[in-house]
Design a protein around this ligand. Structure first.
Ligand code: 4YB
Length: 442
């Protein structure tokens, strides 16, 4: 049974087991007691009337301290990608109505500072904001309270064991819901968190001593190119289509894989299962419910659902009841299969084309590391599919393979190699960036 906290979880663990390790940094272990004391050495942060502040967040200890200090000082935080251009940062903050930005690199901890009051821990109060990664328009700030994050964590633990002696690597950005969820699992369990550089090939050494990691499929793919990290027992996958061949290979190498489907509005994972050779993302975890609309759209609700978006400093509640995800899905033997995004669908000669379903059929072709199907305008058919490919692929053979497996309206009319820079950006590949490249530069 999950612990229900009557104070900030780090203060609870600081009392219950002060000498136990809370964090592993590169070359250093931090106890819960030390963590609590480091948080209290963060100076009193600026407190706008609205209590909303933005924090430029890197995955480092200093940023974590500023976030936890902000929370216990009564602030509500929007973690933002420090790589945002000034223009995008301004646009996002104006939309949400947030005036204050904190850069943790210029917050100097000291035991000399007057200490801020510790606010009561009210799990129903809005505490966090996470930006949506929608493909159109300015990202929106999704609100959550601590109750939603703790419910998210404890529901996951009923499927994926995470014990007090385990260690979860902060393997995804804090400003994305997948990274923030790692913080709440760590706090819920009172286990250890490791913070290290995880970019590119650094991920392998970051995994030393780690039992648990959250990975997007591309990270796992890269990891499988070398030795299996010895301590790693459990990987939670999500964020994008999880290629079955990738999961099978990881499982064969002794890495336990859990396939998840999650989203920002639901405080990360919604459904998940232990990999079992069958392509699906399992069943809804405790504290979440899921159904389909009459159009096959996935609808979700539960304790983990956001209460709304922050717009112009005001809470814009989600419409009552079920939240429409814009994802299409179906049940296969009681488990959820994601069919693709409704907004990725296009029409070719009067037929609906779901790019993700073509990608699933063709991504098994020899040499393919990543494959995207995008529409291009066509005089005769309206739109036709083309393939963007990463990997070492014979294009002629690839298109012949496609013809042999797919109905005509789904067969890519051309295949192009994707430039690498389009793929190393964030944690997800943006179809919009791919479409821009296709339109302008291919
Ligand atoms: C999917 C998908 C899937 C999401 N198949 N499309 O803690 C976790 O659950 C976790 C672990 C590892 C990696 C990521 C996560 C996440 O939280 C991911 C949450 C996320 O991606 N949120 S999002 O708001 O940025 O995007 C949500 C969208 O991503 C969904 O609406 C889907 O379209 C897509 N997606 N999991 C296919 N398994």
């Amino acid at each position: 049974t999950p612990i229900s906290f009557d104070t900030w979880p780090w203060l609870y663990w600081g009392e219950v087991k002060p000498q136990h390790t809370a964090l592993f940094l590169e070359g250093e272990a931090i106890s819960w007691q030390r963590l609590v004391s480091d948080i209290s050495n963060i100076p009193i942060l600026p407190k706008p009337k609205s209590r909303y502040v933005a924090i430029l967040s890197q995955n480092d200890y200093q940023t974590l301290l500023v976030i936890l200090a902000a929370w216990q000082q009564g602030l509500k935080t929007l973690l933002i990608n420090p790589a945002f251009s000034p223009a995008l940062q301004k646009e996002v903050l104006e939309k949400a109505g947030i005036e204050m930005v904190i850069d943790p690199r210029v917050v100097f901890p000291s035991s000399e500072w007057p200490q801020s009051n510790v606010m009561p821990f009210d799990t129903q109060d809005i505490l966090t904001l996470v930006l949506t990664s929608g493909s159109t328009g300015t990202p929106k700030a999704v609100t959550h309270n601590a109750n939603a994050h703790l419910a998210s964590a404890s529901g996951l633990f009923s499927l994926l064991p995470f014990s007090e002696s385990d260690c979860w690597l902060l393997s995804l950005p804090l400003f994305h819901v997948s990274g923030l969820a790692i913080i709440w699992r760590w706090l819920q369990r009172g286990a250890a968190l490791k913070i290290a550089d995880t970019k590119g090939d650094a991920l392998r050494s970051a995994l030393e001593g780690v039992t648990h990691a959250s990975l997007v499929p591309m990270q796992l793919q890269r990891l499988l190119q070398g030795e299996r990290p010895a301590s790693l027992t459990s990987v939670l996958l999500g964020g994008a289509v999880i290629p079955q061949a990738l999961v099978d290979e990881a499982e064969a190498k002794g890495i336990g894989c859990w396939c998840g489907y999650g989203m920002t509005e639901m405080a990360s994972t919604i459904t998940a299962k232990r990999a079992d050779g069958c392509f699906s993302v399992g069943r809804p975890l405790p504290h979440r419910e899921l159904m389909f609309s009459s159009l096959g759209e996935i609808m979700v609700k539960g304790d983990t659902l956001s209460s709304g978006y922050l717009i112009g400093g005001m809470l814009e509640p989600l419409s009552d009841g079920w939240f429409a995800t814009k994802d299409k899905g179906e049940w296969v033997e009681g488990e959820l299969r994601i069919l693709g995004r409704l907004d990725n669908m296009f029409i070719c000669g009067g037929e609906n084309v779901q790019p993700e379903s073509i990608e699933r059929v063709l991504s098994g072709f020899e040499g393919i590391e990543q494959l995207f199907i995008l529409p291009v305008a066509d005089d005769k058919w309206g739109q036709v599919p083309v393939a963007l490919v990463m990997g070492n692929v014979n294009q002629g053979n690839f298109l012949a393979y496609a013809k042999s497996l797919l109905p005509p309206h789904q067969v890519p009319k051309a295949a192009y190699s994707i430039p690498k820079h389009l793929l190393d950006g964030g944690i997800k590949i943006s179809r919009r960036a791919l479409a821009d490249w296709l339109a302008n530069e291919k």
